[in-house]
Write a protein that binds this ligand. Structure first.
Ligand code: BDP
Length: 594
């Protein structure tokens, strides 16, 4: 799915800003949509609604958004598309009173052609629901009888923020238009080959593909829908030199531009290779979370986070636990960050209540005909397809994460996940590595990640959830586990490790108390020593980049405090530790040679 842009043939306008908002109830009330929004309050878009008005914080069920807008048609024969980048959790859309589309899942875009429906003066209305259950991704918990419930328990450790979280846009294209492009590349000594596959709506003629370098010099052209173009002496995309070529596609009247980084990604033995060299992941598990905006796309915070990560010497991050706004990937491409791109599959772990939710029902999700897995499987497939369709051409995306901390130990897990891994490989033109993010929840020899993942990604909390605060004992257990993985011969990324620390809470450093900044530092120091001893560990992603909001519980002190930065991006002591470590550490390390 192409990112919406403006060009000579395409116009683009935003419907962001202040919308009218009405709080609804458990059941969908279509009368609200048809009638005037009498009790409407203003609501910013994009944003989560939860932290704007006090009574909305714990709201459960439906809300309604409305926006009046004008549209100036410039041409009679153009396609007009309404696009939502992300509305959480599910949405029904009405234009001028008529139902036009609906969408499940809050983290991927959806769009609809409205050429024959749009007028000069328009009313766009949305009904948005935040209900999550065991047929949605992320997974929510239903307690008691459905009709009695008045609130949701997330089966995951982040606040179930809701609203029109990302941009709303209208863009146009000519009638015969560029629908999609898929790009792959091969790298040889002094040249690269870019293979492209263009999908157009219309007859495959009058096609021109032009590739320009950074100096705007034309370096290759093609005029078929599918071809391989040679680039002599290519500039490869890399974290230190995120070189992007500009591709201009012309199809009849339609013009579309995209940037493309040429780079190679491969898993070989116990190494992860970027452009043929063993790469070491330094970075974070993140969240889209900020004060007041909630999960609403926040351009400022997004830029700030990249700046902070760069300063620390980070070179990568994971989009825990859902696909992030596309603008974030575009920045990662531009600034040189490797991204592990994750689906919305978090909370598929009813059996042991992982994902730091402490309230889930103890159910084996795979052995029950009526089980959770049965219900979410098809949706999980859709999410994988839509995620890859959106992100397949970004150089920064180097691996797909199929799920975070699912029950990957139980019987039935292999049969559930194998087709999903296969699907990701099939959908991705670049055949990137795939993984699932594994939690410690049983005999690791049973974990299906062993068989399925190209890179083993471990969320491990030795010294916090496991044996905290006794770090000697915890590190012995961590070593024992890593010894066990050696024989598998696959690379490992420690995709999460961390300890909560309250900003400003200090202690003496000989045996600091848990939750102090000093304990967080000690925790990381000891874990990093272990990580450094194992050649097969090719990356470290402390959890989390910043503190973030969660549902309330006795285990959370106004949210999760495992951030290296506070929620308003103030540094904790551990920032210094990682800055020192990462700025000295190369992006490429062959740990086998140490
Ligand atoms: C992991 C989860 C993550 C949590 C983290 C924690 O993947 O979502 O926030 O634990 O407990 O299990 O902090």
């Amino acid at each position: 799915m192409l990112y919406p842009i403006e060009s000579k043939s395409r116009s683009l306008s935003f419907l962001d800003g202040s919308w009218d908002f009405v709080k609804g109830g458990k059941n969908l009330d279509l009368d609200i949509i048809k009638n005037e929004f009498h009790d409407a309050r203003p609501m910013p878009v994009p944003s989560s609604y939860n932290d704007i008005y006090k009574d909305l914080r714990e709201h459960f069920g439906w809300v309604y958004y409305r926006k009046e807008f004008y549209f100036h048609k410039t041409r009679e024969d153009e396609r007009i598309i309404l696009r939502f980048d992300g509305v959480n959790q599910s949405a029904k859309v009405y234009l001028n009173g008529e139902f036009i589309t609906e969408h499940e899942g809050g983290f991927l875009p959806f769009e609809i052609e409205i050429s024959d429906k749009i007028q000069e003066e328009n009313v766009l209305t949305l009904a948005v629901s935040n209900v999550i259950n065991n047929s949605t991704l992320p997974v929510g918990i239903i307690k008691g009888r459905e009709e009695d419930q008045d609130k949701n328990e997330p089966n995951f450790d982040f606040f179930n923020y809701t609203g029109i979280h990302r941009h709303v846009r209208i863009y146009t294209t000519p009638r015969s238009y560029i629908e999609d492009i898929s790009l792959t590349n091969e790298i040889y000594d002094a040249k690269a080959v870019i293979n492209y596959y263009l999908k157009v709506q219309g007859v495959e003629e009058d096609i021109l593909i032009e590739i320009f370098d950074k100096d705007n010099k034309l370096v290759a052209t093609g005029n078929k829908a599918k071809a391989s173009l040679v680039i002599e002496n290519p500039n490869l995309w890399d974290v230190k030199n995120p070189y992007l070529y500009k591709i201009r596609i012309t199809y009849k009247e339609d013009i579309y531009y995209l940037d493309y980084g040429i780079r190679g990604v491969e898993v070989k033995g116990n190494q992860f290779l970027l452009n043929g060299k063993p790469f070491y992941f330094k970075g974070f598990g993140k969240h889209e979370d900020s004060i007041i905006n909630g999960r609403g796309f926040n351009e400022v915070i997004s830029h700030k986070d990249f700046a902070l990560m760069k300063e620390m010497g980070a070179n990568s991050f994971r989009t825990a636990h859902y696909p992030y706004a596309e603008e974030t990937l575009r920045l990662a491409d531009k600034l040189g960050f490797l991204v592990i791109d994750e689906t919305t599959a978090v909370g598929l772990n009813g059996k042991f209540g992982g994902g730091a939710n402490f309230k889930s029902d103890n159910v084996n999700i795979f052995d029950n005909e009526e089980g959770m897995a049965k219900r979410v499987f098809d949706h999980h497939k859709d999410v994988i397809r839509d995620l890859i369709a959106r992100d397949k051409n970004y150089a920064c995306v180097v691996m797909w994460s199929i799920a975070n901390e699912p029950d990957s130990y139980s019987e039935g897990a292999y049969d559930y996940f194998k087709p999903l891994f296969d699907l990701a490989k099939k959908e991705d033109p670049q055949k990137r590595p795939t993984c699932l993010i594994s939690v410690l929840a049983g005999d690791i020899n049973l974990d299906v990640t062993r068989k399925l993942s190209d890179v083993i990604c471990l969320n491990r909390y030795y010294g916090w959830y496991n044996d905290g605060p006794y770090l000697d004992k915890a590190m012995a257990a961590f070593r024992k586990e890593l010894d066990n993985w050696k024989e598998l011969g696959k690379p490992i990324i420690i995709s999460e490790y961390g300890a909560d620390a309250i900003l400003g809470m200090r202690d003496y450093d000989d045996f600091p108390a848990m939750f102090s900044e000093d304990f967080q530092v000690l925790y990381y120091r000891e874990n990093n020593k272990v990580i450094d001893q194992y050649p097969l560990v090719v990356g470290e992603h402390p959890w989390n980049f910043a503190d973030f909001n969660t549902a309330q519980s006795i285990k959370r002190v106004n949210g999760n405090k495992k951030g290296l930065f506070s929620r308003d991006r103030q540094p904790k002591l551990a920032v210094g530790l990682f800055k020192e470590r990462w700025t000295k550490m190369d992006d490429y390390i062959d740990k086998n040679k140490k």
